[in-house]
Design a protein around this ligand. Structure first.
Ligand SMILES: *Cc1c(COP(=O)(O)O)cnc(C)c1O
Length: 240
């Protein structure tokens, strides 16, 4: 980084990363948790390789993407960096192959058919794909995610797939009116997580909380917060 533009971009990335880390540390303290138990996933959708490179130079190593084609182009441009890529967008069953070939994690598995394809297509040379099941706790029919009532059966089936490693749950609760309502939605996800563990599943990951509500999520047990806007700025979907 030797010109003024790059230096400026790096300084801005360091400042935004520091601000988000401070929020994570404060919320962890309030929850009586070790901040090291909360992983920051930087959601880079709609932002180009230069923005990811700046955040990586600032010390961020895990990045989340929603759109396969956009992600693959970015990954190619950043292949020199040791980044860990998480797929967090809706998974169409005809897009599973590029996901299993190019990502370490998939957070948004909500159907057995998709999970079976991910497992069957995982290249043998790679470690098992880390998987979270997306659960719909807001009851919005338009949203992705398995209904809570169907979650135990899906978890049992996914846990048996040989090339997947079921790690936990992911949720994107509907925006809530206040902090108490935010926490109630995240608490519901944690209760479903605890119920799966009581059922015998060895789970360690609760992927929940974004720029606007990561504190509420951490208070309810989030172990991965997925943060875009607070790290990169407002998204312009025209660029995607
Ligand atoms: C875009 C996105 C995020 C990040 O949202 P921000 O509000 O920008 O932090 C997190 N999770 C998922 C699944 C997303 O699609």
């Amino acid at each position: 980084m030797d010109n003024g533009q790059d230096t400026h971009e790096l300084e801005a990335a360091v400042a935004r990363l520091q601000a988000v880390r401070t929020r994570i540390v404060r919320a962890s303290g309030e929850a009586g948790r070790d901040p090291a138990t909360v992983q920051l996933l930087a959601v880079s959708k709609t932002f180009g390789p230069a923005a990811v490179r700046a955040l990586a130079a600032a010390g961020q190593g895990a990045f989340g993407e929603n759109y396969v084609q956009e992600a693959l182009e970015k990954q190619r441009a950043l292949a020199d960096l040791p980044l860990v890529w998480h797929f967090i967008g809706p998974i169409q069953s005809n897009k599973t192959r590029p996901i299993v070939e190019n990502f370490a994690w998939a957070h948004s598995v909500d159907r057995l058919k998709v999970a079976e394809r991910l497992s069957a297509q995982r290249p043998p040379g790679l470690p098992r794909l880390h998987v979270c099941l997306e659960v719909n706790v807001s009851g919005e029919a338009s949203k992705g995610g398995v209904a809570p009532a169907e979650l135990p059966a899906l978890a049992d089936a996914v846990a048996r797939l040989p090339a997947l490693r079921l790690r936990g749950l992911m949720a994107i609760p509907a925006p809530a009116a206040d902090a108490a309502a935010q926490r109630a939605a995240f608490r519901r996800v944690r209760e479903l997580f605890d119920a799966l563990k009581a059922r015998g599943h060895d789970l360690d990951t609760l992927s929940m909380g974004m720029s606007a509500d990561l504190e509420a999520a951490i208070l309810e047990g989030a172990t991965i917060v997925r943060v875009g806007t607070a790290l990169f700025g407002e998204r312009n979907y025209g660029n995607a």
